[in-house]
Write a protein that binds this ligand. Structure first.
Ligand SMILES: [Zn+2]
Length: 137
């Protein structure tokens, strides 16, 4: 009985997109929104949750695999960028007592400079550009 059901499901999902990282993220968002709805009764939120569920299932059962993969890649790119920004911010906060971060005006590389008050000159290790650095605090 169980095997028959499994086989039917496998056959139904054949050629369909299925589950990816964006699916998991929207499922997590669904759970979060459900919890929020316990405290905030809002008809807009209900519509939003309903739309999210419809969209999530639409993506999983979609036969346009290429378009769904593209959506997932865009999502992953966004997540990677956010993670990298968060990491840099965390490092800046840890170093706030002893370092200052400045961008090279020539190649836009972020440089970590020792916190010495006043005006200094620093050479970018990547492109060799000599830049003026002002550190006041
Ligand atoms: Zn540079």
């Amino acid at each position: 009985m169980f095997n028959k059901l499994k086989w039917k499901l496998t056959r139904f999902m054949y050629g369909r997109y299925g589950v990816d990282q964006l699916y998991i993220a929207s499922a997590l968002l669904f759970i979060v929104l459900q919890v929020v709805q316990l405290f905030v009764r809002n008809s807009f939120l209900s519509v939003l949750i309903f739309g999210l569920v419809i969209w999530t299932f639409y993506r999983a059962f979609s036969k346009n695999i290429y378009a769904r993969q593209k959506e997932n890649q865009t999502f992953l790119k966004f997540i990677r960028a956010a993670k990298s920004k968060g990491k840099l911010f965390g490092r800046r906060m840890r170093d706030i007592g002893s370092y200052r971060y400045r961008k090279c005006s020539a190649c836009h590389t972020t440089l970590r400079l020792p916190r010495k008050r006043g005006q200094h000159k620093a050479r970018c290790p990547k492109c060799g550009h000599l830049l003026e650095v002002k550190i006041w605090v």
